[in-house]
Design a protein around this ligand. Structure first.
Ligand SMILES: [Zn+2]
Length: 517
């Protein structure tokens, strides 16, 4: 079983911020989860490096475009390393392999007469790197995203016959039984896409004459591929198209393309049409998430309120940053975040709930059992109760990319164990029924181990810490893989009677909330 997952390739005119981090962390959680479930995962991310904007920015900085791209793509690599992202490859559109693939696809479409030359005249926004229709402009006649007046551009360039794919696209998107069904999520955005396709697809320009910082078309060296076409093609370059047939046949089509909503159209309409034109399979799922606002306002470089991955990690640590990024707001719709909200969630979910479960369990084991897993006949009742919550709520949620729901299910599992501790009140049992104590502590440890296994994809380092503090045997990843396959708790439990536990450490120190300027 293979699973090919991608993030968009990020445009290098910007430094990595929480928007990029959000998509990439979500992709990483899914990639890790699939690996734990026995899938042969291929996880691709990278940077988009061509176009006027980059050439201009480089010029302003007194650099060559390539120098600027080298510098900026490095920043993305560093950010993903910091956030413990397990991408299998990092693709850059300025690499030779990308040029080769783009030219191969362009030539194939040209040979099939799906690309033709035409005169094109329209309003062009340099910021967006795209032509805008009159209806897209704001009341001042400016680009709504960039607040600048688009310029009238006229040129001879190449067009792709997008219109000829209208019926087939609709069929693949709307017919779930289609062999090459393209699933678009969330539902309401899928409906928007379908509605827009039904209005009719126009052929689109796919090349530029004035942009030199790009990939030259093989049949006309005067023209470069439009950045969007170039960028989309990275997904097949990344799995070896066209020369590494073995790899390509193994991983293509993509199981899921993840992205923010602003580029859903490109991924669910233009990209599948290009693939169909080239005779290649279309992606199975295209999933878009919403935009963030910070304290109700849009994050932007000019406003200076952009949250960087470094800031998140400095404040919360790597694992908590990963957890908070995907659990604070639902994956799909737009959402508003704030430092206060992040801190509150950190304190409630991690410091108070999860952190407390581990530290109190270990402290009791230390007090009553000399920091050893108590000797008793294995009691898995609580672990099974926890397992049921996770199986009913966590597993379907994460499989459907409802990361916030999966996180909530984890919290519910933790709360269940904490409540059991309150009900048992071991500190009372120690005086009244000391013979019941070993089974209690033992059961908390087993439940904590089970929670750790499910935490692995979200918070890999925390999961390992819990695993070793609780003296769970074997390797956590191997155990998780075995458990997810057959859902059987080992006969003697994960933490075996008599094993030496580790001192309780504070997993998540409480943080005082303060709003950053
Ligand atoms: Zn614009």
């Amino acid at each position: 079983m293979k699973f090919y997952i991608t993030t968009p390739i990020y445009y290098v005119n910007d430094i990595p911020h929480i928007g990029h981090s959000y998509t990439t962390i979500a992709a990483d959680i899914l990639a890790r989860w699939k690996r734990l479930n026995g899938f042969d995962v291929y996880f691709l991310t990278g940077t988009d490096e061509h176009g006027t904007k980059i050439a201009q920015a480089a010029k302003e900085k007194g650099k060559t475009p390539q120098e600027l791209c080298d510098e900026m793509s490095e920043k993305f690599k560093e950010a993903w390393k910091l956030l413990n992202i397990t991408n299998d490859d990092f693709i850059r559109t300025t690499e030779k392999r990308q040029e080769y693939t783009v030219q191969t696809i362009a030539q194939a479409l040209f040979d099939k007469k799906l690309i033709f030359k035409n005169k094109y005249e329209a309003l062009y926004c340099v910021g967006c790197e795209k032509f805008l229709a009159e209806k897209d402009l704001d009341e001042n006649g400016c680009c709504p995203d960039h607040k600048t007046k688009p310029v009238l551009q006229s040129e001879e360039n190449y067009f792709f016959k997008l219109s000829s794919f209208q019926d087939e696209l609709l069929e693949r998107i709307t017919n779930a039984a289609h062999k090459q069904h393209i699933e678009i999520q969330p539902e309401e955005r899928r409906n928007e896409i379908v509605g827009k396709i039904k209005l009719g697809l126009e052929d689109i320009s796919i090349s530029r004459t004035a942009v030199d910082w790009g990939i030259h078309l093989p049949f006309d060296k005067e023209q470069t591929a439009y950045v969007w076409i170039d960028a989309l093609i990275n997904y097949i370059t990344g799995v070896g198209y066209p020369d590494n047939k073995e790899m390509f046949e193994k991983y293509w089509p993509a199981d899921v393309h993840l992205m923010a909503k602003d580029i859903l159209w490109f991924h669910s309409v233009i990209w599948p049409a290009v693939l169909m034109g080239a005779g290649l399979a279309t992606p199975k799922k295209v999933y878009s998430h919403g935009f963030f606002t910070l304290n109700g306002s849009k994050m932007s470089k000019t406003l200076g309120n952009v949250i960087s991955p470094q800031e998140l990690v400095e404040k919360f640590g790597v694992d908590a940053a990963r957890y908070l990024a995907v659990s604070l707001i639902p994956f799909g719709p737009d959402g508003d975040i704030s430092w206060t909200g992040l801190t509150l969630k950190y304190n409630v979910d991690l410091a108070n709930n999860l952190g407390n479960l581990i530290s109190r369990t270990i402290k009791m084991a230390e007090k009553y059992f000399d920091l050893k897993v108590p000797q008793c006949s294995p009691d898995f009742e609580l672990a099974k109760k926890t397992a049921k919550i996770l199986e009913d709520d966590f597993t379907p949620a994460i499989n459907n990319l409802y990361f916030h729901k999966a996180a909530q299910a984890l919290q519910n599992a933790v709360t269940t164990v904490n409540q059991q501790i309150e009900n048992d009140a071991p500190w009372k049992l120690a005086k009244t029924d000391p013979e019941k104590l070993p089974a209690c502590i033992y059961s908390y440890l087993q439940a904590a181990d089970l929670i750790a296994i499910h935490l692995l994809a979200f918070m890999p380092e925390t999961a390992e810490k819990i695993w070793s503090v609780c003296a769970a045997q074997e390797n956590i990843e191997e155990t998780a893989k075995k458990y997810f396959k057959d859902k059987i708790i080992p006969e003697k439990g994960f933490s075996v009677s008599g094993a030496q536990l580790q001192q309780a450490q504070v997993l998540f120190p409480r943080i005082i909330a303060e709003e950053k300027k």
